[in-house]
Write a new protein. Structure first.
Length: 125
């Protein structure tokens, strides 16, 4: 594994979460100041950190299974109780949109990385 793979993978997951938050806040017009974004993002960022720790994601951060799926699941499932504890809601529609968006992005970048790495390993005919 290249020395930059872990920081890039973590950065990719962080970008997925932050894009989700910014898009949601822009769509609902609830403010895009850094404080407003962080106020909404923190449950997801904490859950993402828990997902990375629980799966030891730094060992194989770009793997789709099990790393990506489990980091995604812990991020979604872990963020919801934190949102509720902070006074934010977590209606089913929000959980569904969160799950789908973060699955598409967090698993999507890993799927692309897998395809690129497989293509790079092929030997020319």
């Amino acid at each position: 594994m290249r020395s930059y793979a872990v920081p890039l993978a973590l950065a990719a997951d962080l970008v997925c979460v932050l894009v989700f938050v910014v898009v949601g806040k822009a769509d609902h017009e609830t403010g895009l100041t850094p404080t407003a974004v962080l106020g909404t993002a923190w449950p997801f960022l904490v859950a993402l950190a828990l997902g990375w720790a629980a799966t030891l994601a730094w060992r194989s951060p770009a793997r789709l299974w099990p790393t990506g799926v489990l980091v995604w699941a812990v991020t979604v499932v872990g963020a919801m109780p934190l949102r509720l504890l902070s006074g934010e809601g977590a209606p089913f529609s929000f959980v569904l949109v969160t799950s789908l968006f973060l699955a598409a992005t967090m698993l999507g970048w890993r799927a692309i990385a897998l395809l690129v790495s497989r293509k790079g390993r092929r030997t020319p005919a």
